[in-house]
Structure formats: structure tokens, C-alpha cells
Design a protein around this ligand. Structure first.
Ligand code: ATP
Length: 313
């Protein structure tokens, strides 16, 4: 469990983290979301004792990082995947870490095996692809078999296969009962990976809770209905006070859930070809909740521009 209380970090005039309080519980993947520059990395560095808070505190299992007797056996982290001596092999890198942290040597091969690097264990880490470097970074985080794991932007720059691997891997770590805290500015990826979210903007907490609740609270729930008797259904739903809008090949209904719509259709002997609740996206929810987050809009626009530029090349 990670607990932050009133966590604050100031760099000169920049308030990078501003009175931030949140809890990350075991057995779940908790996403740490926020636009670039929101303060995610600074917060993670404070969790790991790499930066001192200007105010407040953060603890892991009730203790500050510096009070932990066996830090690597308590918390593992992937902050910068390229933090490896390029001439060292993956095995030599992990052996050095194990030795200097009094971790049993058998964990070196176990960790390499868990991340699927056994076959390249003796190769120079400097020649690894980004995906392999990420795996080695994850093996380092797992070396002490810790209960708490932190990953800072773990999928940045990875191909779809690498992204899927990391997503499944984190979910597996959470299923094992570990506390998994993962930062990202990629909302669609987090929507698929994390069941809990801590959302920050400009260093402040915006929301903490389940991903489903975050999306449900911020976006309208509607139901899509298709039927060969649309006119009859439209009239029946409107008289039940639903808001009904025409879609391409059916209706979009708000104000009634799919169970109620199904019952009304049956009462009216209307055949249904589709009855599907429409969930808003995490992107929509984020935009709705952080409406004033100019920086985030700017990020999205910049990303869209980049995508357009690369597709027109
Ligand atoms: N060492 C530092 N010195 C001065 N300012 C810093 C330092 N580290 C971070 N900042 C500033 O603090 C703010 C938060 O930065 P941080 O890197 O924590 O954000 P982030 O959410 O992790 O962003 P990103 O997704 O871009 O990594 C930014 O305005 C950043 O410029």
C-alpha cells in the first residue's frame, strides 16, 4: 500500500506537486494519470526517496522509503529503462544489483525468466531494443520479489506487441496481490490496464476512484437500439420520458437503462436487433473533468498534428 498525505514539491517558482493525498491499494493496477508536466514523475521519485518533499509525506506499507530495512524487497520500480551499463549483460546487471542489495542469486535467473529474457541473459544490454530494455528494467524491479511496484510511463515508445505484454504483465502482478502503481499520459492504454485511477493536473489531485466510476461520472451513459419497428419504439420511449436521438441505423437513448428499454420494447411487441449500452471513453471523461487543463488539450492537439504529419509522409 502506498499512502501520500499532503505531498508537496516545489522547484523554485514551480509547484510541481501541490498538497497531494491519495492511496494505492494491493491487488489492483492503479493508473496514475495526468498531462505532461502534471507532476507524476516527481511524485514517483518522492515515493522512492529520490526527491525530498517540500511538505507532506508518502509511505510504503506505513514506512517512508528511507525507513525500509530492505528497500528492494519492499518496492520495485521502473523509472528509466535505459539505466543499465551498456557493456554489461542482463545477467551481470541483475547479479550486481542482487549482490549489492543482499538478494539471493537465484532471483537473477528467476526474474530473467519471468520477463522472458533468459535466452539473451548473457548479451550486452547496450544492444537491447527498447522493448527488451523495458523487460530488463522490469526484471530489476522484480528482483527483490517486492509487494509494491512502480512503473513510470512503461509503454512509451513500445510497439503494440510490447504494449500488450506490459499490460498483461501488470495485471498478472496485481492478481498476485501486489500493489501496482503505473503512470501514463496515454489515456486509452490506461483505460484498458487500470481498474483504479489517481488523476492529477498541475500537481493537484483531480480524482481518485475506479476507472469505471470516473468514466461514468464524467460522461453520459446512453443505449444504442436497433429495430425494424423504429417508429413504434421511438414513440414508446419518448412517452416514457427518454431522450431519443436518431443514429445511422437506429436510436441513441438516454435517460433509461437497457433493461427498462428492453421491457418497454417487449410490452409494445417491438422486435429488437440491438440493445447495447454505450460507455464514454476515458479521454472524454478526462476532458470533461479537467476542462480547464489547457496543457492537456495542447498535448492532444500536438499529438494529433504529429500523427497527421507522419501519416502524410
Ligand atoms: N528537477 C527539476 N527542477 C525543476 N523543475 C522540475 C524538476 N523536475 C520536474 N520539474 C517541473 O515540475 C513539473 C512536474 O514535472 P514532472 O516531470 O513530475 O511531470 P510529469 O507528470 O511526470 O510529466 P511527464 O509526463 O512529461 O514526465 C514540471 O513543470 C517540470 O518542469
Amino acid at each position: 500500500m502506498i499512502e501520500a498525505k499532503g505531498l508537496t514539491k516545489r522547484y523554485g517558482k514551480t509547484l510541481a506537486v501541490d498538497d497531494l493525498s491519495f492511496t494505492v491499494t494491493p491487488g489492483k493496477v492503479t493508473g496514475f494519470l495526468g498531462p505532461n508536466g502534471a507532476g507524476k514523475s516527481t511524485t514517483m521519485r518522492m515515493v522512492l526517496g529520490l526527491d525530498n518533499p517540500t511538505g507532506g509525506q508518502v509511505s510504503i506499507g506505513g514506512k517512508r522509503y528511507r525507513e525500509l530495512h530492505h528497500p528492494l524487497r519492499t518496492v520495485g520500480a521502473l523509472l528509466d529503462a535505459k539505466w543499465v551499463h551498456p557493456n554489461r549483460s542482463a545477467r551481470a546487471h541483475l547479479s550486481w544489483m542482487a549482490k549489492s542489495n543482499k538478494i539471493p542469486m537465484r532471483r537473477v535467473d528467476e526474474s530473467l525468466d519471468i520477463v522472458g529474457l533468459t535466452s539473451v541473459a548473457n548479451k550486452r544490454a547496450g544492444g537491447f531494443s527498447l522493448g527488451m530494455s523495458q523487460r530488463l528494467g522490469i526484471a530489476s524491479a522484480l528482483l527483490g520479489d517486492p509487494e509494491v511496484l512502480l512503473f513510470d510511463e512503461p509503454v512509451n515508445g513500445l510497439d503494440p506487441e510490447g504494449i500488450l505484454w506490459i499490460r498483461r504483465f501488470m495485471q498478472r502482478l496485481a492478481e498476485e496481490g501486489r500493489t501496482v502503481f503505473v503512470s501514463s499520459h496515454l489515456l486509452s492504454e490506461m483505460a484498458l490496464t487500470a481498474t483504479e485511477l489517481v488523476v492529477i493536473g498541475r500537481g493537484k489531485l483531480i480524482s481518485q476512484g475506479s476507472t469505471d466510476d470516473f468514466v461514468a461520472k464524467a460522461t453520459d451513459s446512453t443505449v444504442k437500439v436497433r429495430s425494424p419497428q423504429l417508429d413504434k419504439l421511438r414513440t414508446a420511449l419518448a412517452s416514457a420520458s427518454a431522450d431519443v436521438a436518431d443514429a445511422d441505423d437506429g436510436l441513441i437513448v438516454s435517460g433509461l437503462d437497457s433493461a427498462k428499454i428492453g421491457e418497454i420494447a417487449m410490452q409494445q411487441s417491438v422486435v429488437l436487433h440491438e440493445l447495447s449500452p454505450q460507455r464514454g471513453s476515458l479521454e472524454e471523461a478526462f476532458m470533461q473533468i479537467t476542462g480547464d487543463s489547457v496543457q492537456y488539450h495542447a498535448d492532444i492537439e500536438a499529438e494529433a498534428r504529429k500523427a497527421l504529419e507522419s501519416s502524410s509522409r
